[in-house]
Design a protein. Structure first.
Lengths: 464, 464
């Protein structure tokens, strides 16, 4: 299957290069809309994009446009003829339509809303009131609803007219006469039960639902945790507003996972929906610069500490050989500890009261890591140091020197592990996103403490 | 809903503390099996775990056991009475059963297989042949299958007897008489069409399927990319073997995302299925130590470079003030570049031939970042340096000094950005997992180059 798809995509590119519209239309029919969207994004010129757009069947156009990265949607919509534009807007799933309208200027949004039918316009305006990152902002309303007073036959007859507009029938929700959520059934319960069976007898209780104002990630995590194919979204009065489907949840989790990884690496701002190569250099620049500058300024503190210990370094310059190692080991272990803790917080494993348990675990771990690393490095020093005999002042013995460096390493690793684990918890307790205290920030912080630890320890051990 | 669930879980813990079995059984019925599994994991003693297990209804037991982290499953199974054990093994979904058996010793696996019915045993043995991380190792076989020669009425009658054993009917697959995949339909197409309609007339082509031997992540990405509620898993002859459902796909993606994040932070080995607090210190230790040691040894190279430039540092010790900043800026920008590139590779955005395009983009980006950062730091230096007038040797002017540091910073940032982006691509081209060249490794590598760049540049600019 995969080979056929790749082959079709190659043919598509050739048809575009050749400007061969009829072949293009024919090939496009064999390609999934997600792949068509990816090809559209990869095209180099606006002319080629327009050419592809015009060759697409009106049936597949809304799906392709819904898959495009945000930055390309407006251009694609503007290129459509008025009749096509209206058709696309009408056909889009309500959650996709809202997603697209959210990114337009208010004027254009009004204009596009005006193209919709009265019902769709009203529905879309209501959905636009929910924040983009909430369950309400991501839900679809195209779900099967029946009344608790129906029997199976009535339920089937009730569902039939809207069939084409219903995105999912995996779960059908049972409502009372106030639209409040009373239960759920599966389509198979309707299909394989006798027509006279009352819905009330075969419906199941709804164990989990989510408020429309809840964060989208909370909704996605519920879908994942409770293996729910469809999560109902309700208002304060438990009235059914819409549903989050598993594919919405997967998309949310995939976005959040990229976002998390990028935050850990010190990238700011919204993840670009465009692919790496299609993102402009200036956009990449904006996402990287701020952290770099902030951390660079912070790193001057490290330099200041080093400056203060000038006399220690100058009296035994051989200390420079292990200085970067001690500093870097702190950054590495601190980065590991913070990543593990931030991930545990993201998976809701750590409550507010767990700081002490984390501290106790990481303290033991830090000491263990510090001691074993120190022993390993002391062993390495035994082999390495004799090569530097000329650089060693007569007043210091190899044993003393190795001991000093190993001790400093052990203390730095233990301290950095603890700092790395606790800073994200502290950040959350003052309502900062823990991920901002991820690896790069931790590394810079423990650079400063590491510099102080190294020089203080070696000065003490070597009596400088 | 969330509050009720929290309240019930509190009552559960109280009943366990109090040793009150009848309350425990009653409360447990109100709690989702995923939450019961989480409570089981959080219990401190084996006695309490046994007590909870024995209070659970036999209906919910298999679901709870399937949700437990791998390390706890065997203990739970061993605690069951033989009759319960057989019931649990029989009731487990086939993919969960295989997942559990894969982690047992060969002897115990044989013993447990012997408890199954003939059919289940045979099926399970077949599934056990697939590697744990392949589509075949994750698929369920409990899917609706009908023949292309049936009509709607025959299809419904064919599906009815196995209804309780069929995990999903969202898509029903249509096979020819050799079990080869011919098409798919939705349950609603059966429910809302007349009984005489031939299946052949209403079935849709299957656009995407995956080989049983394909990597699980490939399967999950297909589900995500193509919005497929159910992905068919086939053999070489296109015979339907089973399906990957969306909740399998979500689980796979969530595992892989934790794995990626951990790799980026320099953690080795398999992600523990147990929560952070339930993972033992020694297990945490094993996952962190190796990278720490390797990077510590590598960092000695940095120290060696510093040692070689002793005369430069000793003639203008004020250079120490900006040394950590220049080094760290390289690590940070290199880490960002590698994260972005590794993520793009994981999302299949970068092909083998894209190395030059990446290099060109990151080179421009690196120069831009380097120049702007250098200008900012030069401006800062103007304010900071006068405070260090006594430390500045008479032979060097502030302007010269600031220029030297800013130039070194610019070169280091540009070089590190390029190195950070290209090392993962190089790693992949020699068949290494690109993620092993993630932030911590990059940071250590550019520490070495940074040390050399800093001292070489300042020596040249200041003429030392």
């Amino acid at each position: 299957m995969a080979e056929e798809a790749t082959e079709a995509r190659r043919e598509l590119r050739e048809a575009i290069e050749a400007g061969d519209k009829s072949t293009l239309s024919e090939v496009a029919e064999r390609i999934h809309y997600a792949d068509l969207a990816a090809e559209y994004e990869d095209l180099d010129s606006d002319d080629q994009r327009l050419f592809l757009l015009q060759a697409l069947d009106t049936e597949v156009l809304p799906d392709v446009i819904a898959e495009l990265p945000n930055g390309l949607v407006e251009g694609a919509l503007d290129a459509l003829q008025p009749r096509q534009l209206r058709k696309v807007l009408e056909t889009l799933a309500d959650d996709d339509r809202v997603d697209i309208l959210q990114d337009l200027s208010p004027e254009k949004r009004q204009k596009f809303l005006g193209l919709l039918s009265k019902d769709d316009e009203e529905l879309t305006r209501t959905l636009l009131n929910y924040d983009e990152e909430t369950a309400g902002g991501r839900m679809t309303t195209r779900v099967g609803r029946i009344s608790e007073n129906m029997n199976v036959k009535q339920a089937l007859e009730h569902l039939r007219p809207d069939l084409e507009d219903t995105e999912t029938l995996t779960r059908i929700f049972v409502l009372d006469d106030q639209d409040r959520l009373k239960g759920k059934i599966r389509l198979r319960d309707l299909t394989f039960n006798s027509w006279q069976t009352p819905i009330r007898d075969i419906m199941q209780p709804v164990d989990h639902s989510v408020l429309a104002t809840a964060d989208q990630e909370e909704a996605a995590n519920m879908v994942l945790r409770y293996d729910m194919p469809i999560l109902p979204v309700v208002d304060e009065a438990n009235r059914l507003l819409g549903v989050i489907t598993t594919d919405d949840a997967m998309e949310i989790l995939s976005e959040e996972s990229t976002e998390d990884i990028e935050k850990y690496a010190g990238l700011t701002g919204e993840q670009s929906e465009e692919s790496y190569l299609n993102t402009r250099v200036l956009t990449h620049f904006r996402r990287r610069f701020l952290w770099l500058l902030g951390l660079a300024l912070l790193a001057i503190a490290s330099g200041y500490v080093m400056l203060r210990f000038e006399h220690v370094l100058e009296s035994v310059f051989l200390l420079a050989l292990f200085l970067p190692m001690v500093i870097a080991a702190g950054g590495n272990t601190g980065g590991q500890a913070s990543t593990v803790v931030i991930r545990a917080m993201a998976l809701n494993e750590l409550g507010a009261g767990d700081a002490l348990r984390v501290a106790w675990k990481e303290l033991r771990l830090g000491i263990l890591l510090g001691v074993i690393l120190a022993v390993c490095i002391a062993a390495v020093a035994v082999f390495v140091l004799p090569a530097f005999r000329p650089a060693m002042p007569g007043s210091v013995s190899f044993t003393q020197f190795g001991l000093a460096v190993a001790t400093a390493l052990g203390v730095q690793v233990a301290a950095s592990t603890l700092i790395g684990a606790l800073l994200p918890i502290f950040a959350r307790s003052v309502n900062l996103d823990p991920a901002v205290i991820a690896a790069p920030a931790i590394t810079t912080v423990v650079d400063v403490t590491g510099m102080a630890i190294y020089f203080t320890v070696v000065r003490t051990v070597l009596g400088l």
